[in-house]
Design a protein around this ligand. Structure first.
Ligand code: IPM
Ligand code: MN
Length: 357
């Protein structure tokens, strides 16, 4: 089969991690007889430099014409002082919206032989951790009404958190479908003791599950308590569904608990098979171009693309196994390095993982 993949390298370490994922995909192609065509488009800071905007129309068109999209990361010091609407991050939010990708799945799992990299005590993680965070991606405060102004002589700014019932239902459906194949438990995270939008969220997820997934147990956890529970006992969670901003924050925390944010991939999907796959970490401008970043999250994001957009489950497993073997053989990028292992650069790690396929 032939697959057309749009690659949005972005900024900072983006080009390095995308190159690593492409190397692995090419190896999969050679081994399993697929052809992956890669077309690169600009997004974020590099798009601002070239086109004067973080998400040029050519990028949107290229993504919509592709079978799926691989993204590195956006942002950097250079563009930090730009106003909100012209920042690199706006490019990422824009492409998520333009492609209708409301469902962002972020699986935080503890890899075998990587427990040492977790900052938690061994006893807390020894039986494994796998938290699947289902983050709503095109609503909430990220896309609500924004305002800047002056009132009674005081400068103010506001961002609105707003959710509709259909938005909550469609993300809950994704969480329930996942849970149905796993523990049959969904934890829904909100702040219903304070926020009206959370009270609607809570009511809707329960009504939806009761009607469409009566076998699934839905449990509510307040977001502040959730932040604590993730470090107290991460093994208690399986599928977690939450809003755009809570999912953003909690997925960084869950990633760190499982070792490093450099290991966590994500898929973003809407109502079609065309998705956007990216690591959950940022562009790490401080280490860009040094060949020391961890490409595993992006390599795993490419694997998720094979599984979730192209239904290539065997190829997905081949990449996952190749990553596990690299870890088993002691190769570690700087972020997951511990004494006694072999410190490995980004390019070398990609080569080792591709070689394991
Ligand atoms: C993420 C990132 C983005 C987000 C930023 C870069 C806009 O932090 O994918 O988690 O907040 O969604
Ligand atoms: Mn984030």
């Amino acid at each position: 089969m032939k697959y057309n993949i749009a690659v949005l390298d972005g900024d900072g370490i983006g080009p390095e991690i995308c190159a690593a994922a492409i190397e692995v995909l090419d190896k999969i192609g050679a081994k399993y007889g697929h052809v992956f065509n890669f077309k690169h488009y600009y997004i974020g800071g590099c798009a601002i430099d070239k086109f004067g905007e973080p998400l040029p129309q050519s990028t949107i068109d290229g993504c919509l014409a592709s079978d799926s999209v691989l993204l590195g990361a956006v942002g950097g010091y250079k563009w930090d002082d730009l106003p909100g609407d012209s920042r690199p991050e706006k490019g990422l939010l824009g492409i998520r919206k333009a492609m209708g990708l409301y469902s962002n799945i972020r699986p935080a799992k503890l890899w075998k032989n990587l427990a040492d990299a977790s900052p938690l005590k061994p006893a807390l993680v020894k039986n494994g951790v796998e938290i699947i965070i289902v983050r709503e991606l095109t609503g909430g405060i990220y896309f609500g009404k924004r305002e800047r102004g002056v009132e009674n002589g005081a400068e103010f700014a506001s961002d609105e958190e707003r959710y509709t019932v259909p938005e909550i239902e469609r993300i809950m459906r994704i969480a329930c479908e996942l849970a149905a194949k796993r523990s049959k438990r969904v934890v829904s995270v909100d702040k219903a003791n304070v926020l009206e939008s959370s009270r609607l969220w809570r009511k809707t997820v329960h009504e939806y599950a009761k009607k469409h997934f009566p076998d699934i147990t839905v449990e509510d956890v307040l977001v502040d308590n959730m932040a604590m529970q993730i470090v107290k006992n991460p093994a208690q969670f399986d599928v977690v569904v939450t809003s755009n901003i809570f999912g953003d924050i909690l997925s960084d925390e869950a990633a760190q608990v499982t070792g490093s944010i450099g290991m966590l991939a994500s898929s973003s999907l809407g109502d079609t098979k065309r998705g956007l796959y990216e690591p959950i970490h940022g562009s790490a401008p401080d280490i860009a171009g040094k060949d020391i970043c961890n490409p595993i999250a992006t390599i795993l994001a490419a694997a998720m693309m094979l599984r979730d957009s192209f239904s290539l489950t065997e190829e997905y497993a081949a990449i996952e196994n190749a990553v596990q073997r690299a870890l088993d053989d002691g190769y570690r990028t700087a972020d997951i390095y511990v004494e006694g292992t072999k410190k490995t650069g980004c390019r070398e790690m990609a080569k080792i993982i591709a070689g394991n396929i």
